[in-house]
Write a protein that binds this ligand. Structure first.
Ligand SMILES: Nc1ncnc2c1ncn2[C@@H]1O[C@H](COP(=O)(O)OP(=O)(O)OP(=O)(O)O)[C@@H](O)[C@H]1O
Ligand SMILES: [Mg+2]
Length: 471
């Protein structure tokens, strides 16, 4: 952390007016001294010395008052010595002693007051500095006992993508992403309402629907009766760390899955092929009118489904490295169109595949597989009826291919788990479609995301680098 330079009040710049103040007081003391000498003895000038000392109240170095008091004492004593002897000498002496006593009393008073106010000033400035430093580094908010937001700093607005006015007076529920169960928040409120500091990691949702994670500390501030009157929350953005953790977890489970897939390939796929072959032979040997023929065909179909699942698993768990080459988007789209034209699931789907004169650097077979997965999901979401739009746009660095459907979209809970292997909401789904698609796109150096715009439907976006290092 870079320490903030404390502005030096005694720097040459800051010193000029203070020297002038002390000098001014000394000059006024001099004038008072001259007046004291010239004025008749019965005029009590002593209190003026004390009064002048009050000027030093504005002097930031309280000890200076002793210098001024010393000079005042010297002047009073000098005046006493140089004045001509007369009938009022006794009164003069009493005046002088009272004046000196007054001067030193005031001097000590000023010095004490000066020290205290300097300390208060420093404490106030330290608190301001601390708040400034915190404001620069953390996401800050204060909440009243009811849970209404009473203050947010700029960083809070930046990460939540809300305007300050939209947040003030609102409950923190406005940011709830739906991940944490109710008990989680109940426990949090229980702790802070009892005056305990709460620490935890929260997943929040920004105004635009994006998700962010924050490491959160909530500090309750208690009144004299020990009851909280406000809560201050200090948060730090840990979205990236969470993503890395998830990636590492995925990689670990993928490695494990890869080992399992090797066993499945050997121990399941080969016997399945054997069973299928044997069943076909049995079926062929049966009399054409035998009712059992239908049963055999059904078993063969089930074996085929099982085989397809094993193939999906192998593809996901042990993908081959992509063989990337330059292909035009139109070429890929044309092939995809031909494949879908023969698919009954797309018989009532209106395909809007805009031609785009663009080149992609992909493994065509793998890319087509990704597109098929996305298109299948879109068609299934729309229950086989409606329009699917495939579009492309690009900038200097990236090509974006989008598959947009007019389906029902997804709940936040589904969105959070989309890419988990084996996560499916379909009776006959394996839940490997999107997990495989993302793995393939990432092996191309790109990203795959699914969003649900407020206008409805789902948009799957593939982002690929325009330039690729060939393997
Ligand atoms: N376009 C979409 N609209 C609505 N929900 C979708 C869409 N795409 C995916 N989903 C949701 O995401 C889940 C996971 O999709 P994924 O493709 O990984 O598996 P699946 O389609 O269920 O099964 P599989 O593709 O393996 O046959 C789906 O079950 C569905 O709930
Ligand atoms: Mg799917």
């Amino acid at each position: 952390m870079v320490p903030i330079q404390e502005p030096d009040r005694f720097s040459p710049d800051g010193q000029t007016p203070q020297i002038q103040l002390t000098a001014l007081t000394l000059a006024l003391l001099g004038i008072t001294f001259v007046a004291d000498v010239w004025l008749p003895a019965e005029v009590p000038v002593g209190p003026v010395y004390g009064a002048l000392l009050l000027l030093v109240l504005w002097e930031p170095r309280p000890n200076r008052v002793f210098l001024v008091a010393g000079v005042a004492t010297l002047l009073v004593l000098t005046e006493l010595v140089v004045s001509e002897p007369g009938p009022f000498n006794g009164i003069r002496a009493v005046n002088a002693v009272a004046g000196i006593a007054g001067v030193w009393l005031i001097a000590f008073g000023i010095q004490r007051y000066g020290h205290r106010s300097a300390e208060r000033h420093r404490a106030l400035r330290d608190a301001e500095d601390l708040r400034y430093a915190l404001d620069q580094s953390a996401i800050l908010a204060t909440t009243n006992v009811k849970g209404d937001i009473t203050f947010v700093n700029d960083t809070f607005c930046e990460i939540s993508k809300y305007q300050r006015e939209e947040l003030l007076g609102q409950n923190h529920r406005i940011l709830n992403s739906g991940l944490h169960p109710k008990d989680f928040f109940k426990e949090m409120w229980r702790a802070i309402a009892h005056g305990q500091v709460w620490r935890g990691e929260l997943r929040n949702r920004a105004k635009d629907g994006s998700i962010y994670w924050v490491d959160t500390t909530i500090v309750p501030f208690l009144d004299q009766s020990g009851k909280p009157y406000q809560y201050v929350s200090i948060r730090y953005d840990i979205t990236e760390r969470k993503a890395t953790e998830a990636r590492l977890r995925d990689q670990a489970s993928l490695a494990q899955l890869g080992r399992m897939a090797a066993v499945v390939a050997h121990e399941v796929r080969n016997p399945l092929a054997g069973i299928r072959g044997a069943l076909q032979v049995i079926g062929q040997r049966m009399a054409p009118e035998a009712t059992e023929r239908g049963i055999v065909t059904e078993i063969v179909n089930r074996v085929d489904t099982l085989n397809a699942i094993v193939e999906d698993l192998l593809l996901f768990a042990r993908p081959r490295p992509p063989v990337i080459r330059a292909v035009t988007f139109d070429e890929l789209i044309a092939k995809l169109g031909t494949q879908l034209a023969n698919d009954p699931a797309f018989a009532h789907i209106d395909l809007d595949m805009a031609a785009a004169d663009a080149q992609l650097h992909v493994d065509p077979e793998m890319f087509t597989l990704v597109m098929l997965n996305l298109m299948n999901n879109a068609a299934q979401a729309m229950k086989g009826h409606g329009r699917i739009r495939v579009s492309l746009d690009r900038d200097a660095k990236w090509v974006n291919v989008r598959v947009t459907d007019a389906g029902p979209g997804m709940t936040p809970e589904i969105q959070a788990r989309l890419f988990e292997p084996f996560f499916t909401t379909k009776a006959r789904g394996t839940g490997l479609g999107l997990a495989t698609a993302r793995r393939i796109i990432e092996s191309h150096g790109g990203t795959l995301t699914l969003d649900c715009p407020p206008t409805g439907g789902t948009v799957a976006s593939i982002r690929l680098p325009t330039v690729h290092t060939y393997n």
